[in-house]
Design a protein around this ligand. Structure first.
Ligand code: SF4
Length: 351
């Protein structure tokens, strides 16, 4: 078992405790209104804005939109946080998103509802082991996913999000540059197949997307034969093989709008349903099954770390001293280079 696999096995055993600690009870309307009022007051008093990911709870996304913040994928979160004039960013997502915001805008204060919200990809790629892996293959360009620590980004030549991962792989393949791809083996395998790039994979995975089962999707297609299948590329290859469209969260939302189908089976975190229903209100969305042979359903299409972002922790975000993002200057300086490269490359892809 590789170091990364050992770490992932450890993470899997921890996920259930995260799920158990999640607040599952619905807030009363009065409590929700009071919390939202508190948060709005903080935003105004501290010149702050909410930067939320598509996988957070619907009430977080709705509040971000209603208060002039953004709800988006990690690439757009990075851009929005960098360009927005607010002095404080409240990043509702997982820790690497807060770190990216801090690196890109060191002058801004970056707070998160909780710094415990992490990611199995980030956790499964510790910097020491990853550095040794890179040192053993000095001839390869190091491409890391945004879902990594600031230290891992600082070791990289490129940072990518899922929305530009394939474009970067194709760009490097066109120059015959061999690649180290970390940490997501499924995304790396996908871009390798699609781009023909020479890719050496790190052995990491997203515990949410890895749970989707091809057999379950095929069974669901029997019930909904006209449904299109939308798949995030962090999913296993046999799930990707069933897709009518493979793409990042933003690309999945666009596909739901543009494809002629009225029903979609969606293989990504179900937090995206808030935006899908907003973007295509007349269409039906069904979550891809995580049950079936070989399934553990530890995540059930719902990231336990994203779920830690709730209104209670948002409302106390300015009252605590355990939730501000700090990145050491030397690491931030080194990580800035591949992050700016990512943003500049993404600009070249705009129509
Ligand atoms: S959904 Fe997967 S990739 Fe996204 S934060 Fe959760 S564990 Fe990480």
């Amino acid at each position: 078992m590789s170091i990364a696999q050992e770490k992932l096995a450890e993470i899997r055993t921890q996920v259930q405790s995260h799920l158990d600690r999640r607040q599952t009870g619905a807030l009363s309307a009065a409590r929700r209104a009071a919390l939202e009022s508190t948060i709005r007051g903080h935003l105004s008093a501290h010149n702050a804005v909410i930067v939320a990911h598509y996988y957070t709870a619907p009430e977080i996304q709705a509040l971000a939109e209603a208060t002039g913040g953004c709800v988006s994928d990690s690439l757009e979160m990075a851009r929005f946080g960098r360009d927005h004039p607010a002095e404080t960013l409240i990043v509702a997502g997982v820790r690497f998103m807060g770190e990216t915001a801090k690196i890109l805008t060191p002058s801004k204060r970056v707070l998160m509802p909780t710094l415990e919200a992490t990611c199995s990809l980030d956790e499964g790629c510790p910097i020491d082991a990853f550095s040794r892996f890179c040192d053993a293959h000095p001839e390869r360009e190091v491409v890391v996913y945004a879902n990594t620590s600031a230290a891992v980004k600082a070791r990289a030549d490129w940072v990518v999000t899922s929305s530009i991962a394939l474009d970067v792989a194709e760009h490097l393949a066109a120059q015959d540059k061999p690649i180290i791809w970390a940490p997501d083996k499924h995304l790396g395998d996908y871009v390798q197949r699609e781009s023909g790039a020479d890719v050496l994979l790190w052995d990491g995975a997203c515990i949410v997307h890895e749970e989707f089962k091809a057999r379950g999707i095929l069974d669901l297609k029997q019930v909904h034969p006209d449904a299109a299948v939308l798949v995030h590329p962090e999913s296993p290859a046999n799930v990707i093989a069933l897709a009518d469209h493979v793409g990042s969260t933003t690309q999945i939302i666009r596909a739901a709008q543009s494809l002629p189908h009225s029903t979609f089976i969606v293989a990504t975190d179900q937090g995206i349903f808030y935006k899908l229903q907003q973007a295509a209100p007349d269409k039906q969305f069904i979550i891809a099954p995580t049950a079936g042979k070989g399934a553990t359903c530890r995540s059930c299409a719902n990231c336990p770390w994203m779920a830690m972002n709730d209104l209670e922790s948002m409302a106390s975000v300015f009252d605590r001293d355990d939730n501000e993002i700090h990145v050491p200057t030397d690491i931030a300086t080194a990580a800035m280079r591949p992050l700016e490269r990512m943003l500049a490359f993404a600009e070249t892809l705009k129509p």
